[in-house]
Design a protein around this ligand. Structure first.
Ligand code: SAH
Length: 283
């Protein structure tokens, strides 16, 4: 393939890669390669607009005014498709999330001792297992799934949490995402992991689901969405059910806990990694 791509190289001295990824995903970036203080963002030629460089610079200026970043540089270069695809594939390595659970892409071997191996081809959908929020959610799933549950996975992305839940013994899972690309990718991953008959994937928002209640709900989204969908999660969670939340920054923990405990959930456990928190609640 000789398709031309544009690479935006964002170098910063702060932990802002996730924020930049969020910002650029919305305008059409198709791939990201993360290195320590560098983020490479790829746009197909048809999706590229030179204005994006200025937009990112302005966005970083805004983050600087909030004290989240100090110095930064943004550079643009042209690149051939294969180059970044190869680099991206290399950057996805098998990862042991717990002693018992590993996540790997189909193109890499895993030779470790974890008994549950989840195969995820991310194709740019979020949820490779390389993000703190996904890893914390898998750890909490391992701890709180007892077997036989009916699960609701809101914002399934690659399907990773739905797959993990079934492999850990849950009975059925409804996995929802509003993004068409995630729907395709999650179905592919769910099939690849042999759990297709136990997971139903639905495109849309939680509010469009029926009134079915669940024993166990997971939602790895972001602060505002978590606050917004709290009533929807509450009314679908059985009394005694478990709810796992992630995608929130530690500094937003208080807001989330306040909103969820006000309505009858109790905090059971909180995990924190880098700037992220994940919370296990019971109803
Ligand atoms: N569950 C995966 C992916 C989390 S990323 C993991 O833990 O790794 C969040 C996903 O939620 C994205 O795929 C995004 O498309 C989806 N999403 C965001 N807001 C949503 C909403 N309001 N309703 C449904 N899906 C949503």
């Amino acid at each position: 393939m000789q398709d031309k791509y544009f690479e935006l190289l964002v170098s910063t001295d702060g932990a802002v890669n996730d924020l930049v990824v969020g910002f650029l995903s919305d305008v059409g970036a198709e791939g990201f390669v993360e290195e320590e203080n560098e983020l490479k963002c790829y746009f197909a030629e048809s999706k590229w607009n030179p204005q994006y460089k200025e937009d990112v610079v302005r966005f970083l200026g805004h983050l600087r005014s909030e004290g989240k970043v100090g110095k930064y540089t943004v550079e643009v270069s042209e690149i051939m498709n294969q180059d970044w695809n190869m680099k991206w594939e290399e950057s996805i390595v098998p990862i042991e999330v717990t002693d018992n659970i590993a996540i790997k892409p189909s193109w890499k071997e895993y030779n470790g001792s974890a008994k549950i191996v989840i195969e995820i081809d991310p194709k740019m959908s979020f949820g490779t297992g390389h993000h703190e929020t996904t890893r914390m959610m898998v750890r909490l799933l391992e701890k709180y799934i007892k077997g036989g549950e009916r699960i609701l996975d809101v914002g399934t992305g690659t399907g990773v949490l739905a797959i993990a839940a079934i492999k850990l013994g849950a009975d059925r899972c409804i996995a929802v995402d509003r993004d068409e690309w995630s729907i395709e990718n999650s179905i592919e991953n769910i099939r690849r992991n042999g759990v297709l008959e136990k997971v139903e994937v639905i495109r849309g928002e939680i509010a469009s689901l029926g009134d079915e209640e669940f024993d166990f709900e997971v939602a790895n989204l972001n602060r505002n969405t978590l606050l917004y969908i709290e009533p929807e999660l509450r009314r679908r969670c059985k009394p005694g059910g478990v709810l796992l939340l992630a995608g929130l920054l530690t500094l937003d923990e208080e807001d989330i806990v306040k909103s969820y405990t006000k309505s009858g959930f109790k905090v059971v456990e909180t995990l924190r990694e880098a700037e992220w928190s994940a919370i296990a609640l019971s109803k």
